[in-house]
Ligand binder design. Structure first.
Ligand SMILES: NC(=O)c1ccc[n+]([C@@H]2O[C@H](COP(=O)([O-])OP(=O)(O)OC[C@H]3O[C@@H](n4cnc5c(N)ncnc54)[C@H](OP(=O)(O)O)[C@@H]3O)[C@@H](O)[C@H]2O)c1
Length: 468
C-alpha cells in the first residue's frame, strides 16, 4: 500500500498588537488559548508585542509579561513584526490623529496593517491609503464594518465583477436592539436604551451609536469600497434614533404592515450616489424588518445581476454578529491570515468596485424619497389644512393622513415624555406621509412651520424605505 506523507512547514508570522481592550483581548484569547498560535496547517501567528497604556491591568499580563509594553513604538518598530494590528478604541476625538500616526509609522517601517478601527479610517482614510500605496504595503479592515460578518471580502472578491446599485443595511446593533425593544414591548426610548446598557449592547456614553455617527463611519467605508467614493464624516446626511418614540411604532404598525429600522444607505441615482444614515419606515415583509436585536444585516444590489433577488430590494444579504470581541477578533485574524498567506504583501490599492473619481455623492438636500412626518399638536380646527398648504406651496403633496385613537393613558405618557404643560386630552398626535420630495423641500416646509402656535413638539420625520 502506498502512503503519502506530506508535511507542511508552518510559516511563522510576527504580529504586533496595538490595543488590549475588548477586541485586543479577544485576539490574545484566540491566539494564546484557542489556536495556540496555529492557523490551519500552514501558519503560525506569533504575537511579538502588545501595546496598552496599562499593561499590568491586563488579563494576559500575568502569563506573558514580556510581551506587554506601554510604548506603541516598541510594537511598531519590532523587527520581527510583519503585520501590525491596530485595535485601538476612541475615547476622545483628539485620540484619532495619534492612532492615524501609528498606522502611518507602521507603513513607514515596511509593515502591513490590519485594523478594526472604523473611526480612524473614516476620518483619515485617504491619507492612510496614500501612505499604504507609497510604502507598498497592505491595509485590511474587514472588522470595521459588520464586526464578524465578512462584508468587505464579499464585496471586493465575491462580487468583484458586479456593478453595485445599492449597499445598505443595519450596521449598528445598539440602535437595532433599542428599536426592536421599543417595537416589541412598547417601551419608551430611554427605557430601551437603559436596558441595552444593562445588557452590554450600549456603551455608558451611547452617543456615537444612537446619533448615527458609528453607522456613518461604517457607511463611509462601504461607500468607498462599493462606489469608489471617499467621503469625510460629517459631510453626509445623518439622523440618529433619539427622536423616535413608542408612538411612532404604533403608527408604523397601524395596519400591521410596517416597522422602523435604522439604516445606513448608499444607493445610486444616475451618476450620483445617495449616502445617508437614518431611521426609515420599512414594510414588515422586507427582509431587514425581521432582523432583531443586536444583529447586523447588509444588503447588496447589483446592476448586472440577472438571477432572482433574495428579497425584492436586494440580491444578497449578509447577516451576523455585528460586534462583540470574539466575532471581531475572528475578522481581524482572518485579515491577518490573508495577508500572511499572500505571496507578495505589496499594495493592491483601495479595493473598490467602481473606479475612484467616477461617481459623486448626491448633495444632501437633493436626496429624495417619500417621507413619514409625525406631528404632536394642540388640537384645534384648520391644522391639517395649514400643513397641507405649507407643503403644497413648496410643491410637495401629502399622500396620506393617519390618525389613531389614543387612550388617555397613552396621551398622558406622551405629554409626560415631552414635558408638555397642556392637558393630555388637548394634544393630538397624527402622521402625514409625503409623496416624493427632496430633503430641501421637507426641511423648508418644516422650518417655515416652526413657529406655528399649534405645534407642541418638533415634528419627527424620516424616509419611507425604497431601494430605488
Ligand atoms: N468591541 C466591538 O465589538 C468592536 C467591533 C468592531 C470594531 N470595533 C472597533 O475596534 C476598536 C477597539 O474596540 P474595543 O471594543 O476593543 O475598544 P475598548 O475596549 O474601548 O479598547 C480600546 C483600546 O484602545 C486603547 N486606547 C484608547 N484610547 C487610547 C489613547 N488615547 N492612546 C492609546 N491607546 C488608547 C485602550 O487602551 P488601554 O488598554 O490603555 O486602556 C484599549 O486598549 C475600536 O476602534 C472599535 O470601534 C469594536
Amino acid at each position: 500500500m502506498l502512503t503519502m506523507s506530506s508535511r507542511i512547514t508552518r510559516h511563522k508570522v510576527g504580529v504586533g498588537l496595538l490595543g488590549s481592550g475588548v477586541v485586543g483581548e479577544a485576539i490574545q484569547d484566540l491566539i494564546f488559548e484557542g489556536l495556540q498560535g496555529h492557523v490551519g496547517a500552514d501558519l503560525e501567528l506569533e504575537i511579538r508585542k502588545i501595546y496598552t497604556r496599562n499593561p499590568s491591568a491586563k488579563k494576559w499580563f500575568a502569563h506573558r509579561p514580556e510581551l506587554f509594553t506601554a510604548q506603541a513604538m516598541e510594537v511598531i518598530d519590532d523587527s520581527q513584526v510583519e503585520i501590525v494590528i491596530e485595535a485601538l478604541g476612541l475615547q476622545d476625538a483628539a485620540d484619532l490623529p495619534i492612532f492615524r500616526d501609528y498606522i502611518l509609522r507602521a507603513f513607514e517601517k515596511g509593515k502591513s496593517v490590519v485594523t478594526s478601527d472604523k473611526a480612524v479610517l473614516a476620518r483619515y482614510g485617504k491619507e492612510i491609503w496614500a501612505a499604504a500605496q507609497q510604502s507598498g504595503r497592505q491595509l485590511r479592515f474587514e472588522a470595521c464594518v459588520g464586526g464578524g460578518i465578512p462584508v468587505i471580502r464579499s464585496l471586493t472578491e465575491s462580487f468583484a465583477v458586479e456593478e453595485p446599485e445599492a449597499v445598505f443595511g443595519i450596521v449598528n446593533g445598539t440602535c437595532n436592539y433599542i428599536l426592536s425593544q421599543m417595537e416589541k414591548s412598547g417601551k419608551p426610548y430611554a427605557e430601551a436604551l437603559n436596558e441595552a446598557q444593562q445588557k452590554g449592547y450600549a456603551e455608558t456614553n451611547p452617543t456615537a451609536d444612537v446619533s448615527g455617527s458609528d453607522a456613518e463611519a461604517k457607511l463611509l467605508l462601504l461607500t468607498a469600497v462599493a462606489f469608489g467614493l471617499q467621503l469625510q464624516p460629517g459631510t453626509t446626511w445623518r439622523k440618529g434614533i433619539e427622536d423616535i418614540h413608542a408612538v411612532d411604532f404604533r403608527y408604523a404598525g397601524r395596519t400591521g404592515s410596517s416597522t422602523i429600522k435604522h439604516l445606513a444607505v448608499a444607493k445610486r441615482s444616475d451618476s450620483a450616489v445617495q449616502v445617508f444614515v437614518s431611521p426609515v419606515l420599512m414594510p414588515q415583509d422586507n427582509l431587514l424588518a425581521g432582523i432583531d436585536g443586536a444583529t447586523n444585516a447588509i444588503c447588496f444590489k447589483g446592476r448586472k445581476s440577472a438571477g432572482p433577488r433574495c428579497d425584492r430590494d436586494c440580491d444578497y444579504v449578509l447577516v451576523g454578529p455585528g460586534a462583540g470581541g470574539g466575532p471581531t477578533a475572528m475578522a481581524v485574524l482572518g485579515d491577518v491570515c490573508e495577508l500572511a498567506r499572500a505571496k507578495e504583501r505589496r499594495f493592491a490599492g483601495l479595493p473598490s468596485l467602481v473606479e475612484p473619481g467616477i461617481l459623486t455623492a448626491q448633495p444632501e438636500n437633493d436626496i429624495d424619497g417619500s417621507f413619514y412626518v409625525r406631528f404632536i399638536v394642540k388640537d384645534r380646527a384648520g391644522i391639517v389644512g395649514d400643513i397641507g398648504q405649507t407643503f403644497g406651496g413648496l410643491g410637495v403633496n401629502i399622500s396620506e393622513i393617519w390618525q389613531l385613537r389614543h387612550s388617555g393613558e397613552e396621551l398622558q405618557t406622551l405629554a409626560r415624555s415631552y414635558h408638555l404643560k397642556e392637558n393630555p386630552e388637548d394634544i393630538l398626535p397624527f402622521v402625514i406621509t409625503l409623496e416624493r420630495a427632496t430633503l430641501r423641500q421637507v426641511r423648508d416646509a418644516l422650518d417655515s412651520m416652526r413657529n406655528r402656535d399649534y405645534i407642541l413638539v418638533d415634528p419627527v420625520w424620516f424616509p419611507i424605505w425604497s431601494a430605488r
